[in-house]
Design a protein around this ligand. Structure first.
Ligand code: PMP
Length: 428
């Protein structure tokens, strides 16, 4: 497989863009490669500028649950585009979108649109702090909530891969109110609350850890967080940027049967255009400007193009619940096939799956927290990634990320992936 044109563009890119990319994981650095540059995507496939074709398991890191350039998601977008791209005054589609999200999540009475997952979590925390009049927040090691200052502490995703637990440029004063605990360890959280519970505004958590590979939250852990928050008057924020409308139409809250006080979204609700959102109980959301005193705004928030794509995406998911069953069945087949390969070839690896989320960890044992995943053999993952790429399967270019599936992945794609994995693992 040749990557000449990608290399050419990358050399040019590095002159003008830090690392040649606009988001670190895209650089393929943690797998020791140069990135491929993409020309187009169609369904479950992605095509690079050198004409190579891949089965895509990145899917834009989650938004493309209905695959690339899905005609149904794109429906009407030309007309919206031609009418006008942004007004700075409200449009009806924003209301329809908000209503759809509120109807999907019983815990959400009101929702505010923003432009990214980072903005959603950052804003939700500000609102939770304004609502409680407290400063401290609690997050979990290995959970990533975007790159806003106060959340860039022991986070996952690119920060795990690059070993930057706290980024330079984040003032110590900014993170002094960010407490960090161990994922899935309720006793540790209880202890923190016993000592500082009256000062804690919020707990923010990924209900399924999707930025340290895939590490599902235990139901008792998530319910325990809700109970602790209720007891101490803190706000429980579920970061459903990945899980929202992915695990099920009602996200992790539907699957676990645990309700958060506030929820953050991104990815799927934009259908591939830049969107985020945060929502929750009315009395909390009433804190947000212009009704309440907590300021939060955005020139392009609720952008008509993004709302249109997101609305199409959600409508299709709402009307076709079988999509979720289909994705889960395919993920289960991947899990079984991968596990069989690993077992047969006697590789030191485990497959973790939760609903449609799948991850291969190059380590043995169980994976319940960041401590469990951090000793994975990342060199092995790099060789695995490279082998799969060379044979036409695009995996997340880092050990600490999950695979993303779409409705457009067919069972043939899945079987082909399992077969290719066998060949690649055999050569490792
Ligand atoms: N929260 C979670 C759980 C995420 O996975 C991400 C991004 N991967 C974010 C927040 C940040 O979203 P964005 O990249 O859109 O800012």
């Amino acid at each position: 497989m040749k990557h000449n044109k990608s290399s050419e563009i990358f050399n040019e890119a590095k002159k003008y863009i830090p690392g040649g990319v606009n988001s670190p994981v895209r650089a393929f650095r943690s797998v020791g490669l140069d990135p491929i540059f993409i020309e187009r995507g169609e369904g479950a496939k992605i095509y690079d500028v050198d004409g190579n074709e891949y089965i895509d398991y990145i899917c834009s890191w989650g938004p493309l649950i209905l695959g690339h350039s899905n005609e149904k998601v794109l429906e009407g977008i030309d007309e919206v585009l031609r009418r006008g791209t942004s007004y700075g005054v409200p449009t009806e589609i924003e209301v329809k979108m908000a209503k759809l999200i509120v109807e999907a999540y019983p815990s959400i009475d009101m929702v505010r649109m923003v432009n990214s997952g980072t903005e959603a979590t950052m804003s939700a925390l500000r609102v939770a702090r304004g609502y409680t009049g407290r400063n401290k927040i609690l997050k979990f090691e290995g959970c990533y909530h975007g790159h806003s200052d106060s959340l860039l502490v022991k986070s996952g995703s690119g920060t795990l891969t690059f070993g930057v637990p706290t980024s330079p440029g984040v003032p110590a004063d900014t993170v002094k109110d960010t407490l960090v605990s161990r994922y899935n360890d309720l006793d540790a959280v209880k202890k923190i609350f016993e000592e500082q519970g009256e000062e804690i505004a919020a707990i923010i958590v990924e209900p399924v850890g999707g930025n340290m590979g895939v590490v599902p939250g235990k139901k008792a852990f998530l319910q325990g967080l809700r109970d602790i928050c209720d007891e101490y008057g803190a706000v429980l924020i579920f970061d459903e940027v990945i899980t929202g409308f992915r695990l099920a139409y009602g996200g992790a809250q539907e699957v676990y049967g645990v309700e958060a006080h506030m929820t953050c979204f991104g990815k799927i609700i934009g259908g591939g255009l830049p969107v985020g959102a945060y929502g929750g109980k009315k009395e909390i959301m009433d804190m947000v400007s212009p009704v309440g005193p907590v300021y939060q705004a955005g020139t392009l928030s609720g952008n008509p193009l993004a709302m249109h794509m997101g609305y199409n995406n959600l409508r299709i998911l709402k009307d076709n619940p079988q999509i979720y069953e289909g994705i889960e069945a395919k993920a289960k087949r991947l899990e079984d096939g991968f596990r069989k390969n690993i077992h047969e070839l006697n590789i030191s690896a485990e497959v973790v799956r939760f609903k449609g989320m799948v991850c291969v960890f190059f380590a043995e044992g169980e994976f319940h927290s960041y401590d469990d995943v951090k000793n994975c053999d990342t060199d092995m993952y790099s060789r695995y990634f490279k082998g799969m790429l060379e044979r036409g399967v695009l995996l997340p270019p880092a050990q600490f990320e999950g695979m993303f599936l779409s409705s457009e992945h067919t069972i043939e794609h899945i079987e082909e992936t399992i077969k290719i994995q066998y060949d690649v693992l055999r050569e490792l």
